[in-house]
Design a protein around this ligand. Structure first.
Ligand code: AMP
Length: 455
């Protein structure tokens, strides 16, 4: 199937060709014809599936010069992104878009709204404008983008109220990554006989990768990283950090703790960077500490573990980062350290991954796992002639128990230490995650009430 099959206007087709859209994505294949036919749609699709074009293209194709389309998004960032995408598609149709969100000047936004066919807005600011009578729009098309995210952020009541201000004679589209009950109920009240579209997209993240996260406090990050490295004992791993400073800091810290770790970031001299990459590829360096940018284009196949020292802020970077392991049919593991401040990012990542909550192993866990590994290893070893000779020689000096103990010490010169317990128990972590969801809802309602009273 190609975009030509939808009978879109030539201005749109030409533009799609220019920006390199060759083939419709699955959500586009399903949604575009239904939306063109004028039906309401409930679509279950995640970010990255091409959902913006799935609703944007058919609306662009149909919208008349005197009509308006209203797109409601949970966040200002998404509003800007959607607005840019629509503007990009609509270049040859002379389309104007207005982006409306809190914290920016009312007057400028109001003027833009009047002159634009597409209004992309966050719920709070939009409702303020509608209630105060500062704008009067009668959109022919209304899109709720990432509806579940709006629910999580406590915007459900605002959304319901917004719909009191828009005429019934409209086409309504609801996009959501997940379909919790309140969203299904909302869909029943604001959509008319919608077509349901689900993209049974296989998990975005790879089946070969086991994904775990550990809830800790901010001051436990380094201890937790060391503990997990001691426990998992990875052959080859990448530790992702957000900043160059973190990269330097953590690479130094790990080296100091006896690991073969080196940092990689954009401020390093080219020669030095190449050295590090070569060392990592040839297994001379066990742990590469890097920023997303530095690791871009790094082509290494046998990475066994990826660590997220901080969670990346968006799910795409998460998918990208953990895709460094579990390649070429091999098993991989992705380990993320998460503090309560990162629960919102965690929430977004959970929607597209199979990340599982775990507890940081205790000191005791690490020690007993080491012993287990030695026992397993010993059972497979056939001593060589040379080894037998060495032990015979040593027996002139020591008894067998001392020899064995000294060898064991040589093998594990790196002492496992640290606090017995790091991070939250699963029960405590779950309680914190629940509470943060409730708090975020309550916080949103509270701040809006306050704003309401001021006016
Ligand atoms: P979205 O899910 O709307 O955030 O889109 C994800 C990314 O995929 C955006 O950068 C789009 O520009 C891009 N994209 C969407 N549809 C297509 C397509 N049919 N071909 C190529 N890229 C696309």
């Amino acid at each position: 199937m190609t975009f030509n099959d939808f009978n879109l206007k030539k201005e749109i087709l030409q533009r799609l060709q220019e920006i390199g859209f060759e083939k419709p994505s699955p959500i586009q294949e399903k949604a575009i014809p239904v939306i063109l036919a004028g039906r309401d749609v409930v679509a279950q699709a995640q970010t990255g599936t091409g959902k913006t074009a799935a609703f944007g293209l058919p609306i662009l194709n149909k919208i008349k010069p005197d009509e308006k389309a209203l797109i409601i998004t949970p966040t200002r960032e998404l509003a800007i992104q959607v607005s840019e995408e629509i503007f990009r598609f609509g270049k040859y149709l002379g389309i104007h878009t207005a982006t409306v969100y809190g914290g920016s000047s009312y007057n400028r936004q109001i003027k833009h709204i009047q002159n634009s066919q597409f209004i992309i807005a966050t719920p709070g600011r939009l409702l303020d404008l509608l209630k105060s009578g500062k704008i009067d729009i009668a959109p022919k098309y209304v899109v709720l983008d990432e509806a579940d995210e709006m629910l999580d952020m406590g915007f459900l009541d605002d959304i319901k109220e917004i719909f009191k201000f828009v005429p019934n004679d409209r086409q309504t589209l609801l996009f959501s990554a997940t379909m919790p009950q309140p969203i299904k109920e909302l869909a029943k009240t604001i959509l008319k006989e919608p077509e349901f579209i689900t993209i049974t997209k296989k998990q975005v993240t790879n089946e070969n990768i086991k994904e775990y996260f550990y809830v800790i406090d901010e001051n436990e990050r380094k201890d937790a990283l060391i503990r997990l490295l001691d426990y998992k004992n990875p052959q080859k791993s990448i530790v992702f950090c957000r900043t160059k400073k973190d990269v330097d800091d953590i690479a130094d810290f790990l080296s100091g703790a006896g690991f073969d770790a080196k940092g990689l970031h954009g401020d390093m001299e080219q020669r030095r960077r190449e050295e590090v990459i070569k060392g990592f590829k040839s297994d001379k360096i066990e742990i590469l500490v890097a920023t997303d940018v530095a690791a871009r284009g790094l082509d290494v196949n046998n990475v066994t573990h990826v660590f997220n020292y901080h969670l990346p802020l968006d799910p795409e970077s998460y998918v990208h980062r953990i895709g460094r392991t579990g390649r070429a049919g091999k098993e991989g593991m992705a380990i993320s350290l998460v503090t309560p401040h990162e629960f919102r990012a965690l929430n977004r990542i959970q929607k597209i991954s199979k990340i599982v909550l775990k507890e940081v192993p205790t000191l005791e866990d690490v020690k007993s796992s080491e012993i287990k590994k030695i026992i397993e290893k010993l059972s497979t070893i056939e001593p060589s002639e040379k080894a037998i000779e060495i032990v015979e020689e040593l027996q002139n000096e020591y008894d067998l128990l001392s020899i064995a103990t000294k060898f064991a010490h040589m093998l594990f010169e790196k002492e496992v230490d640290g606090r017995e317990k790091i991070g939250k128990s699963i029960k405590e972590a779950k309680r914190l995650i629940e509470r943060s969801k409730k708090d975020s809802n309550r916080g949103k309602r509270y701040s809006r009430n306050k704003r309401g009273r001021r006016r």
